[in-house]
Structures are given as C-alpha cells and as structure tokens.
Ligand binder design. Structure first.
Ligand SMILES: *Cc1c(COP(=O)(O)O)cnc(C)c1O
Length: 382
C-alpha cells in the first residue's frame, strides 16, 4: 500500500534521539528549550510553547484566552475534530463557519455574514479557529480585520502548515492571530512522534500556556501567593495538566527542522507533477492562492461526479493506493449532532465531503510510486 502520508527518519534523527537517551534529562532538559527557540526563530514569533500534541496546544490556547462555560467558539467543519473539541473541553458552545469550495478554508464572505447575524443576536464567539487546510493559509488579513472589529480572539490551527507562508511571511508569526498551533504527529510535515507547539507574540499568553501545561505549578516567586518557603518550594496557583513534551521528542523535532524547507520543496514538486498529470480528468486539482505558499501537507482532489466517489475511493484502496478523506465534516459526527447540528447545516462542507480524495503525498515518495497513483486514477476516470 502506498500510504497517503509518511514520516522520514534519518541517521541524524536517530543520533539526536540516542544522545538524549544517554544524557541526564529525558524530559524537562535543555533540548526542549532549543527546540522551542528553533520554532520561534523559524516562524518569527516571540514565544513557542512545546506540548505533547497539537490537541493539547489548542486546549491550552483556549484556556489562555479564557474561553469558558457559556462562551462560543467557531471553527471550520472541514477539520480534524480537535479544532472543535478544544472548545468543548472549556465548556464552550461550538459553531461552524462554512468553507470556500476552492480553498476548503473558512469562507470570509460566510464569516462576514455570520458575524453580522451573531452581533444582532448577541451571540458573538469569544474565539475563532481558522484552519490552514492542507497547509494553505486562509485569508488571514480579512479574517483578522473582521475578528478585531467584533472583538474576537483568533487561534490559527496550522497543524498542517509548519513551513507554509502567508504574504511572504512564515505561518506562525501571529501577525493576524493571538496564537498559532502546529502538530508534529508523524503524518504531518515534521514529526516528534506525538507533539505540538503554540506560538505567540504575547508574553502573558505564553506564560499562561507554560503554567497550564505543567499542572498550574510555578517556581517563580513573583507569581506566588505570599513568600517562597525555601529552595524546594513551588506553588500550584491554577489547575493545569501534564501536557509537556519530552526532550526525546524535542531532539527528534530539532533534527527534523533541518530538513523542513527541503521537505516542502519536494512536496511542491510532487504536487506540480500531480497537477500536470491529472488536469484533464473529471476532477479538480488543488487551487492555490497567490498570497499563500502551502506546505502541501495534503493533496486533495475533488471528483466532478459525487456518484462515483465511493467506487473510485474503494477501487484505489483495493489496488494498493492508500487514499484517505480529510475530513468528515465535524458537525456530522454523532458527538456534535447531540448539540443539534444536522445534515444540510453547512452545505459547502458536505458537498466537499461527497467528492474529496486525499492522494498519497510525502517527501520520500518516489516517481514510480506517484506514477502508480496517477495510472490507477487515469484508469478509473478516463
Ligand atoms: C492533526 C491535527 C490536529 C491534532 O494534532 P495532534 O498533534 O494529533 O493532536 C488538530 N487539527 C488539525 C487540523 C490536524 O490536522
């Protein structure tokens, strides 16, 4: 089976991990700080807070922005469930903004209309989570202007998008958001096995996320109630979690960072090859906006005819092509249907779901593997 995504581990990665395993600190050691520094330098953000997953990073971001019971969080229906679950963890109510059918990102027009209606109904969200679907940045300038106008905070779910650019600047610089979140799960652009990071330019938000990722415990006397009781002393001042990344993971991530730009260049090469080979089939290839340089985490094609979607998908799988579907609209998940969502609520997202197929794409994919995917698709659709 040619998988839809695959990690790449080199001898340098192995050496970096082994060095940590032989060192004094497996976790809470010096490599973690170096990884965080590398991320903030790469993304031109002031702070990077590493955690054990992007899901944890989304949760901490919501907590830092003081999302709570009775508040509302909006995100896209076409995302992994974690982009919505982080709001539920905080007791917030979730709602969705339908997608732009070309980019699969939140549609700025739908967002504008939804904001106008929500302002009238006094049901404005506290937090908006635009998703960088497939690695392509949404129209963050417009989204951020609208959010500022209505006093709404923004967390970018850039789980797909480390190494992407928007208006020639790195995604993660938080020029149009409060916090940006990346994932280092093995199918993503670079990996720490499990892991994630939140970037921000706001030192208060960064400090809060650091506090909450480690039980709500501080060793900083300035944050304590009363005086420190001695060198051993720490205080728990909030209820946090253990969301820490290990130094073993950070070493892997730091080593992978060296190849990040090369990975993305390779993904672009493969994407262009797909574009050229598939353009006259009964499907649409990914639309790229001028403002965005995508990481091409995913290469999603949309079949023109939804009636053959199941058959084409199954035939590809049966013939050794590990296609996938990103994503089942979140509002159609049984857990979210309990909140009253139903079929028809977000028609563009549902239409996308009836036609989308993620084709295999990963940096170590060979020309032969890609040719195999292409010839199978041609045989099914030509
Ligand atoms: C992968 C992913 C997540 C969750 O990432 P983890 O690191 O596995 O927790 C969240 N949002 C999106 C859009 C993702 O693709």
């Amino acid at each position: 089976m040619i998988p839809y995504g695959r990690h790449d581990i080199t001898q340098a990665d192995l050496n970096a991990v082994i060095d940590v395993l032989k060192s004094d600190y497996l976790t809470q050691g010096p490599v973690l700080g170096r990884f965080e520094d590398a991320i903030s330098t790469y993304t031109s953000s002031k702070h990077a807070v590493s955690v054990n997953s992007a899901t944890s990073a989304l949760h901490l971001a919501c907590v830092a922005l003081e999302l709570g019971p009775g508040d509302i969080l909006w995100t896209s229906p076409i995302t992994f469930v974690a982009s919505a679950n982080c709001g539920v963890y905080c007791g917030a109510n979730i709602d969705f903004v339908d997608i732009d059918p070309d980019t699969f990102n939140i549609c700025p027009e739908s967002l504008k209309e939804k904001f106008e209606q929500a302002a009238k109904d006094e049901r404005l969200p506290k937090v908006l989570i635009p998703v960088h679907m497939c690695g392509q940045s949404p129209n963050m300038k417009l989204i951020s202007d609208l959010a500022k106008h209505y006093g709404v905070k923004i967390i970018e779910d850039a789980s797909h998008a480390i190494g992407s650019k928007y208006l020639d600047k790195p995604v993660g610089n938080c020029a149009y958001s409060d916090i940006t979140v990346f994932s280092f799960h093995p199918v993503k652009i670079i990996t720490t096995a499990e892991g994630g990071v939140a970037t921000t330019n706001d030192s208060v938000l960064a400090e809060k996320m650091r506090l909450y990722r480690s039980h709500g415990i501080t060793r900083n006397p300035n944050l304590m109630v009363g005086r420190s009781d001695g060198l051993w002393y720490y205080q728990q001042i909030e209820l946090g979690w253990n969301y820490r990344m290990t130094d073993i993971q950070a070493a892997l991530g730091l080593s992978q960072m060296v190849r990040l730009d090369a990975y993305i260049a390779r993904r672009h090469e493969l994407a262009h090859r797909y574009n050229r080979a598939l353009y006259d089939l009964e499907l649409s290839t990914p639309v790229q906006c001028k403002e965005s340089y995508s990481s091409f985490h995913l290469y999603v094609v949309l079949l023109k005819n939804p009636e053959i979607h199941h058959r084409v998908f199954e035939d590809l799988r049966n013939n050794g092509i590990g296609v996938n579907l990103h994503y089942i609209p979140v509002h159609l998940q049984p857990f979210y249907q309990k909140f009253g969502f139903s079929v028809g609520d977000f028609p563009k997202s549902e239409n996308y779901y009836s036609r989308a197929i993620s084709l295999p794409l990963f940096p170590t994919m060979t020309k032969q593997q890609q040719d195999e995917v292409i010839s199978q698709l041609v045989a099914l659709l030509a």
